[in-house]
Design a protein around this ligand. Structure first.
Ligand code: NAD
Ligand code: TYD
Length: 337
């Protein structure tokens, strides 16, 4: 792992991973290849923008010629593929771009990786490909895929392609499937930052359905340390689940955020449920612990406290993000619910 291409490096997890790599390792270069969609923001990387080991290239993962050029001109040996459309609610509003970016874009990346002969292709996926759980049990790597949203279906398609390229062509692919992430720089369409920002502004907190859906939350830096270890030591062709063993009902997280910010629970507004809303996700991350020795370092209470503090300290950045096109999305998603 010497010259790393990070796709989607201007997004929430990709930018965290770039900061993580540059802080941990001296002798590597990182190229961030990102289209800068609504979710990509180079301000996420302002701390390292002038690091001589870092380079940004604006481009589309569906553009084969541009991907080839970035791989060869930077002598890339490792690809960590984050770039995706990542939000379930948007996939319900408009699925086409999810299929294009997540399925077709991944196939283009895999073909380019195969033809230039990279040493490692790390495909970043999600627990949502497994579908939904009842009140007990956890997803293991052997759980059959049963995606329920256009987002998770497109991610399952990309996982299958990545594994097929290993099986068919011997491409050294590893797949990670992680549970819900939280932390600084997350786009405020996702539960935790949306609720923090609305609470800060005394706006209603829109809880879908009865608020009893369960997610397994992991700090983004723990996700990054897991990806790093899988990239270096994971076995080609294998899938590794990543999770925090940290299940929370949505309503309890929303109440915790209100308590931290000293805001009243009267801000909570129950709205119509998300269509096809998965009830519960929970990850069994035993394989990555036993094989590679990874486990999370952050506790949720401390991580959430620090995340709330980060959003409070970075209001200027978030005011810019939630102006303009975000307002239109918010209206479309939440009006008349
Ligand atoms: P994000 O939406 O914050 O960032 C996605 C990035 O991809 C953006 O910078 C965007 O500009 C870029 N991008 C989108 N389309 C592109 C294209 N065609 N070409 C090049 N770049 C493009 O997403 P995130 O939350 O950081 O998620 C990153 C990855 O991790 C995704 O693959 C997602 O499925 C996966 N994942 C996310 C979570 C989570 O909780 N957020 C959990 C598990 C897995
Ligand atoms: P989200 O952050 O969109 O992640 P995912 O759907 O990929 O798990 O949502 C997390 C949970 O929070 C999910 O059960 C839906 C719920 N939710 C709300 O109740 N209100 C909201 O405004 C949002 C964005 C999510």
């Amino acid at each position: 792992m010497k010259n790393v291409l990070v796709t989607g490096g201007a997004g929430f997890i990709g930018s965290s991973f770039i900061r993580f790599l540059l802080a941990k390792y001296e002798g590597l270069t990182v190229v961030n290849y990102d289209l800068l969609t609504y979710a990509g923001n180079l301000e996420n990387l302002k701390e390292i923008a002038h690091d001589p080991r870092y380079r940004f290239v604006k481009g589309d993962i569906c553009d084969r010629a541009a991907v080839d050029a970035v791989l060869t001109s930077n002598e890339i040996d490792t690809i960590v593929h984050f770039a995706a459309e990542s939000h379930v609610d948007r996939s319900i509003l408009e699925a086409g771009v999810f299929v294009r970016t997540n399925v077709l874009g991944t196939q283009v990346m895999l073909d380019a990786a195969k033809d230039t002969g990279v040493e490692r292709f790390v495909h970043i996926s999600t627990d949502e490909v497994y579908g939904s759980l009842g009140t007990t049990g956890k997803f293991t790597e052997d759980t059959p895929l049963h995606p329920n949203s256009p987002y998770s279906a497109s991610k399952a398609g990309s996982d299958m392609l990545a594994l097929a390229y290993h099986h068919t062509f011997g491409l050294p692919v590893v797949v990670t499937r992680c549970s819900n992430n939280y932390g600084p720089y997350q786009f405020p369409e996702k539960l935790i930052p949306l609720m923090i920002i609305n609470a800060m502004n005394d706006k209603p907190l829109p809880v879908y359905g009865d608020g009893m859906n369960v997610r397994d939350w992991l700090h983004v830096e723990d996700h990054c340390s897991a990806i790093d270890i899988v990239a270096r030591e994971g076995r080609p062709g294998e899938v590794y689940n990543i999770g925090g063993n940290n299940e929370w009902r949505n309503i309890d997280i929303v109440k915790l955020i209100l308590e931290e910010l000293h805001k009243p629970e009267s801000l909570i507004t129950y709205v119509n449920d998300r269509p096809g809303h998965d009830k519960r996700y929970a990850m069994d991350a035993g394989k990555i612990l036993v094989e590679l020795g990874w486990k999370p370092a952050h506790t949720f209470e401390r991580g959430l406290h620090d995340t709330i503090a980060w959003y409070c300290e970075n209001t200027a950045l978030w005011s810019r993000v939630v102006s303009g096109a975000y307002q239109e999305y918010y209206r479309r998603q939440y009006e008349n619910r």
